[in-house]
Design a binder for this molecule. Structure first.
Ligand code: 2PG
Length: 253
């Protein structure tokens, strides 16, 4: 069996204001709730207790992931490590669903359409028009992305396509130098990465949910394939309960 020279930690941001309100969020730049901040700190404590200390961190350009990384790294006494950020690690752009209530959307469109938009691999929600209330068309942080590349909606397949160049060009080179790499990102950008790492099929990925604030660690072999499929959550019990909660979003009132 190949060695496991590479260590990767994936961390979904802590609970956001819109997670708490049960709204589709996507590229809308909402902050963490107090609970989300506490989850981020706890994520850092778990890393410290496990002796898994990141040497470099990669985040999206969204506040909830940026702040989660900072809070977790402070708790692990690693606030000083180099940071890289990219829109390619952003949450999936949720198109015209951004800002909509998940329970209301489920009631209005029915379970099949709701789950197709939420978890199918290749059905994107309707696009969000530039200039609309929850559009990022005028956000300066995206001004360097050419218009034809800038998402107005995305399915998970689209996220895989825009995320993978970052994996190969930015994260893998850090792993190759022997650094322990932390990727602090989002439910769906991390689902895209886990799909690639674990070789999950387009069908089966629909059933995979990632909880907020609990580090998911991978040891990777020389081909950047996991020694343990699915990785290892640092708090498996808490992860199990939190995964169920993510799965059932929309059903709660
Ligand atoms: O609203 C969103 O942007 C995401 C993550 O919070 O939701 P979902 O889990 O429904 O894809």
């Amino acid at each position: 069996m190949a060695d496991a020279p590479y260590k990767l930690i994936l961390l979904r941001h802590g609970e956001s204001e819109w997670n708490a309100k049960n709204l589709f969020t996507g590229w809308v730049d909402v902050n963490l709730t107090e609970k989300g901040e506490a989850e981020a700190v706890r994520g850092g404590v778990l890393m410290r207790e496990a002796g898994l200390l990141p040497d470099v961190v990669h985040t999206s350009v969204q506040k909830r992931a940026i702040r989660t990384a900072q809070l977790a790294l402070e708790a692990a006494d690693r606030h000083w490590i180099p940071v890289h950020r990219s829109w390619r690690l952003n949450e999936r752009h949720y198109g015209a669903l951004q800002g909509k209530d998940k329970a209301q959307t489920l009631a209005e469109f029915g379970e099949e359409q709701f789950m197709l938009w939420r978890r199918s691999y290749d059905t994107p929600p309707p696009p969000l028009e530039d200039g609309a209330e929850f559009s990022q068309s005028d956000d300066p942080r995206y001004s360097m992305i050419p218009s034809e590349l800038r998402p107005r909606t995305e399915c998970l397949k689209d996220v895989v396509v825009r995320m993978m160049p970052y994996w190969y060009d930015a994260v893998v080179p850090d792993l190759l130098t022997g650094r322990t790499v932390l990727v602090a990102a989002h439910g769906n950008s991390l689902r895209a990465l886990v799909k690639h790492l674990d070789g999950i099929s387009d069908q089966d990925i629909a059933g995979l949910n990632i909880p907020t604030g609990i580090p998911l660690t991978y040891e990777l072999d020389a081909d950047f394939r996991p020694l343990v499929k699915g990785g290892t959550y640092l708090d498996p019990e808490a992860a199990k309960a939190a995964i169920e909660a993510v799965k059932n979003q929309g059903k709660k009132k």
